[in-house]
Design a protein around this ligand. Structure first.
Ligand code: BDR
Ligand code: CA
Length: 321
C-alpha cells in the first residue's frame, strides 16, 4: 500500500477525510503513518484535540499525532480578517462546530516532536515512498522544505486541497482559504520543482457538491460511530447553510489519493500564487502562455459515484459495497 502522512487542520471536512484514510488503511489500500496538525480552520491546539477525537472514536490512537506550526510563516491573520471569520463561521472557533463531547481525549497522547521535524524524519526514513496529503494551509510542509533541502525530493507525491484555477475564491472573492491563510507557504511548495503535486482546487470542489438532503437523509442516517461524530460536529453548519450543496473539500483530494481513478479529468499546468495583490493575495496564477515547466496536476472532474462509495466505506455505511 501507498504510505502517507496527512497534514491537516481539523475542521469538519478534515474529520471525514481522516475517516476515509483510516478505512482505507484498515483495508490495506494505504498505510497511514502519522497525522500532523497545522493552524488553519482552527488553532493547532484545537486541531490536535480534534484529530485525537477522531482517532479515539474508532480506536486508532496508535497512529501518532504531531502538533505543528501555530500560525502562518510570515503574516498572522488579522483577527477581523474576513477570510478567518468566514471559516470559523463554517467550522466553528474550535473547528468542530462547538460540539460537546462527554469525554475529552488525553492531550498527553500527542507526540513530543513537532510536526515539521516529524515530516522531515518520516520522509528520510521512507525515502521516495512517502506521500503527503495536505488538507490545510501549507505551513508545515513549506517549513520542512526550507529546513531540509532534501525533503521535497525524499517525498513521493504531494496531494493538496487548496487554491483555485479560475480566480474563484471562498475566503475572499479571489482566494481559497488554505492558500490565503498562508500564501508564502503555498508559494514555497508550488515552487519546489521536485515535488509531484496533484491539486484539487476550490472550483473542482464547488462543481461536485452533493445535495444536503443526501448528506442528512442518506449518508448521515447510518447508525455508526463515525456518522455520530460527523453529525455532531456538522450540526450547526447543516442547520445554517445557505448553500444548496454540501462540499466536503478535503474528501475530494483524499479520494484522489486513495483511488486515483476517481479523477476523470486532469489538467497539467504551471501554477504559482499572487503574494502582493491588494485584492488578489492568495489567488493562484496559471501560466496560460506556457512559458514555465508544468508543476501541478489539477483534478478537474471527479467520479461522484466512486467518491460516494469511498465515503460510505469511511463511515461503515450499509450502502458500502
Ligand atoms: C478548505 O478550507 C477549509 O475550510 C476546509 O477544511 C478545506 O481544507 C476549503 O477551502
Ligand atoms: Ca482542511
Amino acid at each position: 500500500p501507498e504510505l502517507v502522512v496527512v497534514d491537516t487542520d481539523p475542521g469538519t471536512d478534515d474529520a471525514l477525510a481522516l475517516y476515509m484514510l483510516l478505512a482505507a488503511d484498515e483495508r490495506k489500500m494505504v498505510k497511514l503513518l502519522a497525522v500532523t496538525i497545522v493552524d488553519g480552520n482552527t488553532n493547532a491546539d484545537h486541531g490536535s484535540r480534534n484529530a485525537l477525537r477522531v482517532l479515539k472514536s474508532v480506536d486508532r490512537l496508535e497512529i501518532p499525532v504531531y502538533k505543528g506550526s501555530p500560525g502562518p510563516i510570515i503574516l498572522e491573520p488579522v483577527p477581523k480578517d474576513k477570510s478567518r471569520v468566514t471559516h470559523a463561521g463554517y467550522h466553528g472557533e474550535d473547528g468542530f462546530g462547538g460540539a460537546k463531547f462527554d469525554k475529552e481525549p488525553e492531550m498527553g497522547l500527542l507526540q513530543d516532536e513537532t510536526a515539521v521535524l516529524a515530516l522531515i524524519k518520516l520522509a528520510k526514513e521512507h525515502k521516495g515512498k512517502l506521500n503527503l496529503l495536505c488538507l490545510g494551509p501549507l505551513t508545515n510542509v513549506a517549513l520542512a522544505m526550507k529546513a531540509d533541502p532534501e525533503f521535497a525530493s525524499n517525498v513521493k507525491n504531494v496531494f493538496i486541497m487548496g487554491g483555485n484555477t479560475a480566480a474563484v475564491g471562498n475566503a475572499t472573492s479571489t482566494a481559497e482559504f488554505n492558500f490565503l491563510h498562508d500564501p508564502e507557504a503555498a508559494h514555497i511548495v508550488l515552487a519546489s520543482a521536485q515535488s509531484h503535486i496533484t491539486l484539487v482546487p476550490w472550483e473542482t470542489c464547488q462543481a461536485h457538491g452533493l445535495p444536503y438532503k443526501w448528506r442528512t437523509e442518506d449518508f448521515g442516517s447510518a447508525q455508526t460511530k463515525q456518522v455520530e461524530l460527523l453529525n455532531k460536529i456538522e450540526a450547526a453548519v447543516i442547520e445554517k447553510s445557505k448553500n444548496p450543496t454540501w462540499i466536503p473539500c478535503d474528501s475530494f483530494i483524499t479520494a484522489a489519493f486513495i483511488d486515483p481513478s476517481i479523477v476523470k479529468k486532469l489538467d497539467v499546468r504551471h501554477l504559482t500564487i499572487e503574494l502582493h495583490g491588494h485584492r488578489t493575495r492568495g489567488q493562484v496564477v496559471i501560466d496560460h502562455l506556457r512559458e514555465c515547466d508544468d508543476n501541478v496536476k489539477v483534478a478537474k472532474e471527479i467520479d461522484l459515484e466512486k467518491f460516494k462509495q469511498l465515503m460510505y466505506m469511511a463511515v461503515d455505511h450499509p450502502h458500502c459495497t
